[in-house]
Design a protein around this ligand. Sequence first.
Ligand code: GS8
Length: 221
Amino acid sequence: MASEKGVVLLDFWVSPFGQRVRIALAEKGVDYEYQEQNLAEKSPLLLKSNPVHKKIPVLIHDGKPVCESLIIVQYIDEVWSDKYPILPSDPYARAQARFWADFVDKKMYECGTKLWKLKGEAQEEANKEMIDILKLLEAELGDKKYFGGEAFGFVDITFVPFTSWFYSYETFGNFKVEEVAPKLVAWTKRCMERESVAKTLYDPIKVYEFVCFLKKRYGIE
Ligand code: GS8
């Protein structure tokens, strides 16, 4: 249980935020107890562990909760520092990684949500914004293998969960990632070759069905 020694993750299967944490834990080879949460009826443990935002993911390490996915991933990198490094050691490279992770964090989910929630002009605006975001990320990736260079790292972990949402974004929006940002498609395939990513991400069709369920629940059609 949460007050005991060990690692517990409060999460929700399709959450790109929770998936970041699952990928980081897999890269580090950390054993943990996964606890799927019902977000429609939040558990006392979730409310106690994240009383400010009341959101997943929450990592509970030896009874102490850590909240916010990017903070959790950095915490994991610091605690299990002897295993696979997620952030680079060079201060400038670390700052750059944090900048692009923050960019993905601020832009991708919000804009993607607008694509399936909004209609008409507002939705077209979101569509344009998504194309701009993808082009900026494509330019930042350039010809590198991963965002940080040769090693899979912080920006990859932050961004890759959204790739299983791309099909939904394309379907509700009006663009094709392959046309707008082909290098990102090739990068997605490289990331999927990693066990940590392949075992964490869901089939884009399952994600799409989930988005359709959300649309119904919000009464959007
Ligand atoms: C976002 C987490 C989040 O949105 C992070 O961890 O990076 N900035 C945070 N969690 C959602 C599920 S994923 O869409 C959540 O827990 N929502 C519950 C609610 O808002 O009631």
